[in-house]
Structure formats: structure tokens, C-alpha cells
Design a binder for this molecule. Sequence first.
Ligand SMILES: NC(=O)c1ccc[n+]([C@@H]2O[C@H](COP(=O)([O-])OP(=O)(O)OC[C@H]3O[C@@H](n4cnc5c(N)ncnc54)[C@H](OP(=O)(O)O)[C@@H]3O)[C@@H](O)[C@H]2O)c1
Length: 166
Amino acid sequence: MKLALIVAFDQNFGIGKDNDLMWHLPHDMAFFKETTKDQIVVMGRKNFESIPPKFRPLPHRENVIITRNKEFHTPSCLVFNDLQKAISHFQNDPRTLFIIGGGEIYSLAMKTLALDTLYITKVHHVFDADTFFPSFDENQWKIITLFEQPIDEKHSHGFTVYRYTK
Ligand SMILES: NC(=O)c1ccc[n+]([C@@H]2O[C@H](COP(=O)([O-])OP(=O)(O)OC[C@H]3O[C@@H](n4cnc5c(N)ncnc54)[C@H](OP(=O)(O)O)[C@@H]3O)[C@@H](O)[C@H]2O)c1
């Protein structure tokens, strides 16, 4: 199993507000879908609940939810009370396990996991966020630019997508 993380943040590391995303960027959404397709996605309970019910669980990927609530169950999702236990469960799985947020789960993952790859979308704007990606040392990573999306009729903000590897 490979361990990866995928996130989009703004120029202040902001990732969300009021348990929702702060932007509508179809090309970035398409990149997320294509990158995580057929893989395992691990998310915090709040992130899961922020996805509109008709779009969850996220189709064509194994959905894993992290919560402290031992009673939490939801159809077609695996639930763990501990991030490390979720990782151990998939240890021998050939798929990539993607940490997909939100803020608490990103912080826990950046602190405690040996991540192989980060896919980071940097949105070229500062939003009024209430949830943030943790700051980290970019010098520990090799960074390549995957693509850049300028402002256009479908994108009110430009962004750049990077891949970080060790
Ligand atoms: N821009 C992006 O790329 C991106 C991606 C994903 C999400 N988001 C945004 O992020 C925000 C949500 O993030 P968030 O930080 O509020 O919540 P979150 O990380 O999605 O979920 C937090 C929940 O995870 C569980 N949890 C946290 N630490 C745990 C631990 N050590 N052990 C077991 N369970 C644990 C708890 O669930 P219980 O309370 O059930 O115990 C906690 O309430 C939303 O605004 C969303 O739109 C942005």
C-alpha cells in the first residue's frame, strides 16, 4: 500500500469554512476524482458529513471514516476509531490510501504518518477560512508542477497543482 494525501488550500493554508469548501473549481474536482479513482479514501467524520448525501459515499473508491464515536455506522463505508488502525487494516492492499481531510485528519496524518506523496492544489486567493492545513517544511519534499489552471468562465480563481514526493 502507498500512502498519499490530497488537499487544496489557499494562500493562507485555508481549506474550508462552516464545514464546506470555499470554492467551486471543476478542474480541481476532476483531478481529485481521477487521482483517487479505484483507490482508498480516508476522511474525518466531519468531512464525510460535509459531502451532500446524494454524493456519498464517494463512488468508485473505498470510503473510510475516522471518528471517536463507537456507534457510528453508515452504509458502504468502513469506520475506524483510530487513524493508525485504518492504515494497518490496508497494509497489504495494492491500492493507494489517500488521506482526503479535513483539517483534523490532515494534521494527524502530517504528524504521524510516513506519507509517500502529497497532491497539493494551491488556490491563488485568500479566503475567509475557519479550517486550515497544518504548516509543514516544504524543503523535505521534491516538488513538481502537474498543471496550472488560470481564471476562466468556469473558474473564478486560478490554481496550481503540485506533486510532492520524498
Ligand atoms: N480543501 C480541501 O482539500 C478539503 C478537503 C477535505 C475537507 N475540507 C474541509 O475541511 C473541513 C472539515 O475539517 P475538520 O477539521 O472540521 O474535520 P475533519 O478532520 O473532517 O473531521 C474531524 C472529526 O474526525 C474525527 N477525529 C479527529 N481526530 C480523531 C482521532 N484522533 N481519532 C478518532 N477520530 C478522530 C472526529 O470525529 P467525531 O467527532 O465523530 O468523533 C472529529 O470530529 C470542512 O470545511 C471541509 O469542507 C477541505
